[in-house]
Design a protein around this ligand. Structure first.
Ligand code: FAD
Length: 318
């Protein structure tokens, strides 16, 4: 058993802490932010590998997370995870790069007996677990024995020493850029509009990422629907405010697909911590530090697979 400090209480930090505890470690979590201002609370939070790499590792992490989420959806309603059917529009029958993570992937040419919308010739159909961030994050926090301390970390090495810890895991998302001087990490702005369901089914989601400039998705929750979105590379300090123009764009794209969502309840925006490859490795100078950040638009999709990898890395190092 080791004493481990996890920096960050987003979806990546909390799931990493849980996996470490399940493997017998003692964990303390330090977080700069308390409350729901962080990007983990902005996410639509459906399982889908979007804006993330590398292609040779993501499918295995995503598959492990999907299996875990499917099990939670079946057994643990209080975790806030439900099973949706996702339809992802496509222009041809080329299998998606993450296909090995979804053995149930099926190619369809119609949606409920109707032609596919917006000129799509094909769609990929698969089971997609979705988390309700408010419920899932609260469930994770309640499951942990770890204390969560609100504290801003300015040096990973000094924190490792000050906490007298055996290891430290850096799960600070986009803030890792300042802490590690990582120039590969960039913010990718996204906005969502949350509406009443209107005529939208609560067990199905639709995605269209064929052209990122025109991207659109619906992600139903238990009593509301998340509509998105956009993906704009942005400076780290771009304010995460919503714009009425993007709200109108998202609602127009829904209408173009023949969808009739209900009243707008609220809007949210955030910066996805994007890196060409998730950074999941020992620090090159201080091997007691493990980095786990840069999950882009797929923090929920990869969290459990990456948490298991952190456990493995720390085991190998001992
Ligand atoms: C519009 C939108 C929609 C999305 N939809 C999905 C989706 O459907 N599915 C999906 O899988 N993903 C989705 N994502 C992506 C997902 O939100 C992120 O990948 C994920 O939340 C990243 O989690 P994280 O824990 O790494 O970062 P964060 O949630 O940012 O957490 C970082 C933590 O580190 C702490 N921290 C930072 N700096 C310090 C410091 N110096 N000292 C101490 N603590 C610090 C913060 O306080 C926070 O607790 C979406 C993102 C956006 C913007």
């Amino acid at each position: 058993m080791a004493n481990i400090v996890v920096i960050g209480a987003g979806v990546v930090g909390l799931t990493t802490a849980l996996a470490l505890e399940q493997n017998g470690h003692d964990v303390v979590i330090l977080t700069k932010d308390a409350g729901d201002s962080i990007v983990s609370f902005v996410a639509g939070a459906v399982w889908y590998p979007f804006k993330v790499g590398p292609v040779d590792k993501v499918p295995a992490w995503a598959a492990a997370t999907r299996t875990w989420m499917l099990e939670l959806a079946r057994t643990t309603p209080q975790a806030g995870i439900d099973l949706l059917t996702r339809f992802e529009l496509a222009n041809d029958d080329t299998r998606p790069w993450w296909a090995s993570a979804t053995p149930d992937l099926e190619l369809v040419r119609a949606l409920h007996g109707q032609p596919l919308p917006k000129g799509a010739t094909h769609a990929w159909k698969f089971a997609a677990p979705r988390a309700e961030p408010q419920l899932f994050m609260a469930w994770l926090a309640a499951k942990l024995r770890a204390r969560v301390r609100v504290q801003t970390v300015t040096s990973l090495r000094e924190t490792l020493a000050a906490e007298h810890a055996d290891a430290l895991v850096n799960c600070t998302g986009l803030a890792a850029r300042a802490l590690t001087d990582d120039r590969e990490l960039v913010g990718v702005y996204g906005q969502v509009v949350i509406t009443e369901p209107g005529s939208l089914a609560l067990n199905e989601c639709l995605g269209d990422e064929r052209d990122e400039r025109e991207m659109f998705y619906t992600i139903p929750r238990r009593s509301e629907v998340v509509l998105g979105g956009c993906a704009e590379p942005s400076p780290d300090d771009r304010p995460t405010v919503t714009t009425p123009e993007m709200t109108q764009t998202i609602l127009r794209r829904a209408a173009q697909l023949g969808l009739q969502p209900g009243r707008v309840i609220r809007e949210r925006a955030g910066l996805r911590p994007f890196r060409p490859s998730v950074r999941l490795e020992h620090d090159r100078e201080e091997p007691r530090i493990v980095h786990n950040y840069g999950h882009g638009g797929a923090g929920y999709t990869l969290c459990w697979g990456c948490a298991q990898e952190v456990v493995r890395l720390l085991k190998l190092a001992r």
